[in-house]
Design a protein around this ligand. Structure first.
Ligand code: PEP
Ligand code: MN
Length: 267
């Protein structure tokens, strides 16, 4: 199919990506050790990508599950990020941790469970106001686009407009996937806001084999970024072991995504 056919019919708005280059936020669900994190960092750097993600503070449903390495995890991220020339993205869950997290990483993630934690949103906006570090702001499990966009203002009105939104699936009656990915959020966010939109394809999938089709759909829908979990040994991961890709699976996926992005004139 020719590019012009895919890019839209004359007279209709183009809800394509906001940038020429689609950003990939890949990395393990949780930072578990330097070796684990650096293995993924090496793969990401080899692929010519710019960011690595990883959780040092994990929002676990069960308080007895692995909660993350905390500050030690942030140190690992910083060290591996420097070594492999990658920017780092991690979730901050607690207002009290914001200055510390901000001092270690290049991007701060606000997780789905904190989409309407207004005091955290305010603090993240304040703490990043001088550096304008990226804030990746996830949609809540049961938040409308309108609630999500209103919440975004708690960040931006405090001084940082470098916000990227992230769709990560909703809680619905459907149980065949972990969450129901709202792919329409991509064009809707482009229509209703000026923010770029990322699609987290791992958490809605819940299982590895569903990750590639969701990622392909997200690129075709015009997303600006993809988040995908990658682990050197997914079976033995301390969190989300069913959905993380192996490095080999990740490389295959990237090859597919590059082809789809090229159709839309993106890389
Ligand atoms: C994550 O990205 O590590 C995460 C916990 O995602 P979410 O907040 O979307 O559940
Ligand atoms: Mn995870």
């Amino acid at each position: 199919m020719s590019e012009s056919k895919l890019k839209g019919v004359q007279g209709l708005p183009d809800y394509g990506t906001r940038t020429d280059e689609i950003t990939i936020f890949a990395g393990p669900c949780a930072v578990e050790s330097y070796e684990q994190f650096a293995t993924v960092a090496e793969v990401i750097a080899e692929e010519g990508l710019h960011w690595i993600r990883g959780g040092a503070f994990k929002p676990r449903t069960n308080p007895h599950s692995f909660q993350g390495l905390g500050e030690a995890g942030l140190q690992i991220m910083q060290e591996a990020g420097k070594k492999y020339g990658l920017k780092t993205l991690t979730e901050v869950m607690d207002s009290a941790h914001c200055p510390m997290v901000h001092s270690y990483v290049d991007g701060l993630q606000i997780g789905a469970r904190n989409c309407q934690n207004f005091s955290l949103l305010r603090t993240v906006g304040q703490v990043t106001a001088d550096t304008d570090k990226l804030v990746l702001f996830k949609r809540g499990l049961a938040n409308s686009v309108s609630e999500w966009l209103s919440a975004t203002e708690y960040i931006t009105m405090n001084g940082n407009e470098n916000v990227m939104l992230c769709e990560r699936g909703l809680r619905t009656f459907e149980t065949s996937t972990r969450f129901t990915l709202d792919i329409s959020a991509v064009p809707v966010i482009h229509k209703q806001s000026l923010y770029p939109i990322c699609v987290d394809v791992s958490h809605p999938a819940g299982v590895r084999d569903l990750v590639p089709p969701l990622a392909r759909a997200a690129i075709a829908a015009g997303c600006d970024a993809i988040m995908v979990e990658v682990h050197p040994d997914p079976q033995n991961a301390k969190s989300d072991n069913a959905q993380q890709l192996t490095p080999a699976q990740f490389k295959d996926l990237l090859a597919d995504l590059r082809e789809i992005a090229a159709v839309f004139g993106k890389k």
